[in-house]
Design a binder for this molecule. Structure first.
Ligand SMILES: Cc1cc2nc3c(=O)[nH]c(=O)nc-3n(C[C@H](O)[C@H](O)[C@H](O)COP(=O)(O)O)c2cc1C
Length: 229
């Protein structure tokens, strides 16, 4: 494991001021291992609805570029978001759709961790599998375990102190959330000891090879994903 500080950006999928997920996201820096800093990514609140015509006519809005740049510059991304109708909240999905179309797509090869909270029992699990699926298409390296679904969050998060109040047992939300950050820290290197940076480079290299084999124009026209080996 490398000792250098990893700069992680966090994204909250809820726009609500009193969001439980925002409380959870804001509690994370205090739980992070010493060699990890977590800061919030630029907001997506003002993104227009994704429209390819708009993109073609006026390019990417500056807010989209700011988020994409922040993701690209970070060592990893933590997305903390509610579940809406068993899936990804529309505003967050719209933000992901925008940044996914930008050149040098910022999620490619990027370690990503997911956490969610909900007042109900399931804690956002169904949404996480949809979000994980989008991350597969974007070639993100999503942390597998531990999975963090904070159900009955009103009993586990403290809206006054903006902390995780469920902290008394080994399996508490606080411990699990911290464990997730420690596991995320370890993703800096994969099982073979390769730096993730090398993996990202390998992915880009693959993409270049793929494009040169089938022709860049054909790849663009068909909107083909990079070849993974
Ligand atoms: C449009 C909408 C759909 C929702 N769907 C779900 C759902 O599928 N599963 C769930 O656990 N909670 C659902 N909820 C309840 C949210 O979990 C709850 O409002 C939560 O507080 C939202 O997260 P936030 O506090 O971070 O804003 C839904 C809420 C809204 C507004």
């Amino acid at each position: 494991m490398s000792n250098t500080t990893l700069n992680i950006v966090s994204i909250c999928g809820s726009l609500r001021k009193a969001s439980w997920n925002r409380i959870l996201m804001e509690a994370l820096p205090k739980l992070a291992p010493e060699s990890m800093s977590i800061t919030e990514a630029p907001p997506f609140r003002d993104f227009p609805l994704y429209d390819a015509d708009l993109q073609n006519a006026s390019g990417f809005p500056k807010e989209v570029k700011a988020l994409a740049d922040a993701i690209r510059a970070a060592n990893g991304v933590i997305i903390v978001t509610p579940e809406y109708n068993f899936s990804i909240p529309g505003a967050l999905k719209n933000a992901i759709d925008w940044v996914s179309r930008i050149e040098n797509q910022p999620f490619a090869g990027k370690p990503v961790a997911l956490q969610s909270a909900a007042p109900g029992p399931v804690g956002g699990a169904r949404m996480q599998y949809d979000l994980r699926r989008s991350m597969v298409f974007l070639d993100a390296l999503t942390l597998n375990k531990p999975e963090i679904f904070i159900g009955y969050c009103a009993d586990r998060l403290d809206a006054e102190t903006r902390t995780i109040s469920d902290d008394q047992t080994p399996d508490s939300s606080r411990n699990n959330s911290r464990l997730s950050l420690i596991s995320f820290r370890r993703m800096d290197r994969d099982d073979t000891g390769l730096k993730k940076d090398s993996l990202a480079t390998a992915l880009r290299h693959n993409e270049e090879r793929y494009k040169s084999r089938i022709g860049v124009e054909t790849a663009k026209k068909k909107d083909l994903p990079p070849l993974l080996t």
